[in-house]
Design a protein around this ligand. Structure first.
Ligand code: PRP
Length: 175
C-alpha cells in the first residue's frame, strides 16, 4: 500500500529504541531475582514485545493472547471476547502484560481483571504508548514509554485496517 496517507513521524525508530532500552533497565531492576512471564496482547504489541524482551536482563517466558471487542470497529465497546487464550496457567507467576497502546482503557481493564482472577504472584502492565485523554475507565500502566496526544497513529506494530504495521517509525495518519 502507498504511504501517501502518512502525515508525519511522531516517534522515530531511534527515539523508540532509546525508550525501550530505558524501560528494559527499569523493569530488569524491579524484577531482579525473579522470572517474568510476559503476556503479549496480539497483534499490535508484537514488535514492542520483540524489542523489549531483548532488553530484559532477567529470565523471561512469553505467551500470547488475542482479544476482540464487540461493537463499532473504531471504538472499543467495553465488551471483550478472548479469541486466543494463554496456553497454560499463570498461577504463582510474575506476569507483565505487554501492550502497544492504551486508549479508552477498556481492553486492559477487562484483561487485568480476567488475569488477576487466575492468581498470578503479581500482575503489571507495560505499554509503549498511552493516550490519557481518551480514557473511559480508570487504568494506569505500571510502565509507559510515551504519552501521546489523541491522534491516529500507525507503525511499529500499530495498524489502520491491518496496514502500516511494518513501518519502523510511529507515524500520524492524515485524515
Ligand atoms: C489496540 C491495542 C489495545 C486496544 C486499546 O488493539 O493493542 O489492545 O486497542 O484500546 P482500548 O484502550 O480503547 O481498549 P486493536 O483492537 O487495535 O487490535 P490489534 O492490536 O490487533 O491491532
Amino acid at each position: 500500500m502507498s504511504q501517501k496517507y502518512v502525515q508525519k513521524v511522531l516517534l522515530s525508530k531511534e527515539e523508540i529504541a532509546e525508550k525501550i532500552a530505558l524501560l528494559g533497565e527499569q523493569i530488569s531492576r524491579d524484577y531482579a531475582g525473579k522470572d517474568i512471564f510476559l503476556i503479549c496482547v496480539l497483534k499490535g504489541a508484537v514488535i514492542f514485545l520483540a524489542d523489549l524482551m531483548r532488553q530484559l536482563k532477567v529470565p523471561v517466558q512469553v505467551d500470547f493472547m488475542a482479544v476482540s471487542s464487540y461493537g463499532a470497529a473504531t471504538e472499543s465497546s467495553g465488551v471483550v471476547r478472548i479469541m486466543k487464550d494463554l496456553d497454560g496457567s499463570i498461577e504463582g507467576k510474575h506476569c507483565l502484560i505487554v501492550e502497544d497502546i492504551i486508549d479508552s482503557g477498556l481492553t486492559l481493564k477487562y484483561l487485568k481483571e480476567n488475569l488477576q482472577s487466575r492468581q498470578p504472584a503479581s500482575l503489571k502492565i507495560v505499554t509503549l504508548l498511552d493516550k490519557p485523554e481518551r480514557r473511559r475507565v480508570e487504568i494506569t500502566p505500571d510502565y509507559c514509554g510515551f504519552q501521546i496526544p489523541d491522534e491516529f497513529v500507525v507503525g511499529y506494530g500499530l495498524d489502520f485496517a491491518e496496514q502500516y504495521r511494518s513501518l519502523a517509525d510511529i507515524c500520524v495518519l492524515a485524515e
